[in-house]
Design a binder for this molecule. Structure first.
Ligand code: DNO
Length: 365
C-alpha cells in the first residue's frame, strides 16, 4: 500500500507540502489543476510548475484526482469526440511527468453531495453530513430557481459558474437513462483505455457518492455488480477503479471487503474512510476508527493486506478538529490521524505475518 495525501495546490489549500511530508509513511500528493475547466487540455507548463513544487518538497505526484469528464461525454453528444481528444492530450501531458493513475468519475451534473459541511459530532468536532430526506425532497426546478436568484449560491465540489449552468444540464439529462449512461461510458472507455495503456496511466473511476440516483439523474457506479459490469466493458488492467469505502459504504448492502477481494487486480487507488449510517438513511463522516462508524475498517484494511495491495491509498475526508480552518473534509489533523490508524492496522498484520514466517522458518530448520 502506497500512502498518498490529497492536496489542492498552494493557493487553494490550508495544508502545506512541508506538513504533508511529516505525516509518517506518506510518499506523495494527489493533485490536480483545479482551475482548468472540465474538457480543456491541461497545459504542460502548468503541470511542470506543479511538478517543480512537489519535487522540491520531496514528494511524488503519481496520482491525479480528478481529470473531470465533460458533460457532453456523459450525455453522448456529437461534441464528445473533441472532448475525448482533449482528454487524450491531457493524458499525454501527464505521462510526461510520470503520472500513473488518473481518478475520475462519471456522475452526471454533481460530484459528491452533502447537506451540511459542518455538522456537529458529540465530541465537538464537525464533519460532512448527508440528510437523506432533504436531498430526496429537492425539486431540481426549484433548485435551479434558487441558483439563478443568488449569484453567490454554492454547493460542495462546485465552482459557481458550473452551478449556474445547472438549468441547462437538468434539461439535457431529462431523457437520459442508466442504460444511456452505460453506453456513453463504454464509448469513452473504448477510446481512452488503449491510449492510457500506451502511456502507462491507469484510469480509475470513482464510485458515485452517494451510490444512488439523486434529483432524477442517473447514477451507475453504485454496487459490486455494477463495478463488475464496468470492469468487463473494457477488460484491461488500465480500466481500473478507485475503491472508495465511504462512498460505497453508505449503502450498507455494499460489502467493501468482498469488493476488495473480488476486484483486487483492478483497484489502482483506494480511498479509505469510515462513515456512520443512520436508520433513516442519513450519514455522517466520522473518524477513521471502526468503533466510531458503521464500517469495519479492520476488515477493510485486512482485505487490502491479504490481497497484497500494492496500489495507492489515501485517507479520505476527515472531521474538522482542534479548531482547524480548512477546506471542508480536507484538513490536516484528522486525515493525518486517519493515516496513522490505517498504518496501525496494516503494520500489525505485517509484523504478525513476518513473525509467524520467521517462527515457521526456524521450526523447519
Ligand atoms: C470527494 C472526492 C470526490 C472525487 C471525485 C473523483 O472528496 O472523493 O470528489 O474526487 O468524485 O472524480
Amino acid at each position: 500500500m502506497r500512502m498518498v495525501f490529497r492536496w489542492f495546490g498552494k493557493d487553494n489549500d490550508s495544508v502545506s507540502l512541508e506538513h504533508i511530508k511529516q505525516i509518517p509513511g506518506v510518499e506523495g500528493v494527489v493533485w490536480a489543476l483545479h482551475d482548468v475547466p472540465a474538457g480543456e487540455v491541461w497545459p504542460l507548463d502548468k503541470i511542470k510548475e506543479q511538478k517543480a513544487e512537489i519535487d522540491a518538497a520531496g514528494l511524488r505526484m503519481d496520482v491525479v484526482e480528478s481529470v473531470n469528464i465533460h458533460e457532453d461525454i456523459k450525455l453522448g453528444l456529437p461534441s464528445r469526440d473533441q472532448y475525448i481528444e482533449n482528454y487524450k492530450r491531457t493524458i499525454e501531458n501527464l505521462a510526461k511527468v510520470n503520472v500513473k493513475v488518473i481518478c475520475y468519475n462519471f456522475m452526471p451534473v454533481f460530484d459528491w453531495i452533502r447537506t451540511n459541511l459542518f455538522e456537529k459530532l458529540e465530541d465537538g468536532s464537525t464533519a460532512l453530513f448527508y440528510e437523506k430526506s432533504k436531498v430526496d425532497n429537492i425539486d431540481p426546478l426549484e433548485l435551479v430557481k434558487k441558483i439563478s436568484a443568488n449569484p453567490d449560491y454554492t454547493m460542495p465540489g462546485w465552482e459557481p459558474e458550473r452551478l449556474h449552468s445547472l438549468s441547462n444540464l437538468f434539461e439535457a439529462y431529462k431523457n437520459v437513462t442508466n442504460d444511456d449512461l452505460w453506453r456513453n461510458l463504454e464509448y469513452f472507455l473504448n477510446e481512452i483505455i488503449p491510449f492510457a495503456r500506451e502511456h502507462d496511466i491507469k484510469l480509475a473511476i470513482h464510485p458515485d457518492d452517494p451510490p444512488w440516483p439523486i434529483m432524477g439523474l442517473p447514477r451507475i457506479i453504485t454496487s459490486q455488480d455494477n463495478i463488475r459490469k464496468l470492469l468487463n466493458l473494457v477488460d484491461d488492467p488500465y480500466n481500473s477503479i478507485t475503491l472508495c469505502s465511504g462512498a460505497l459504504g453508505v449503502n450498507l448492502e455494499n460489502d467493501i471487503p468482498a469488493m476488495i477481494r473480488e476486484f483486487k487486480d483492478r483497484i489502482a487507488f483506494a480511498h479509505i474512510r469510515n462513515v456512520k449510517v443512520y436508520e433513516n438513511g442519513d450519514f455522517i463522516e466520522t473518524s477513521h476508527r471502526s468503533e466510531d462508524g458503521s464500517l469495519n475498517m479492520n476488515e477493510i484494511v485486512k482485505a487490502y493486506y491479504e490481497t497484497d495491495f500494492k496500489g495507492y491509498a489515501r485517507p479520505d475526508h476527515g472531521r474538522h478538529i482542534w479548531e482547524e480552518q480548512c477546506r471542508p473534509g480536507y484538513g490536516l489533523y484528522d486525515r493525518a490521524l486517519g493515516i496513522m490508524y490505517l498504518w496501525g492496522i496494516w503494520d500489525t498484520f505485517q509484523r504478525t505475518n513476518l513473525r509467524e514466517k520467521a517462527l515457521n522458518e526456524s521450526f523447519v530448520r
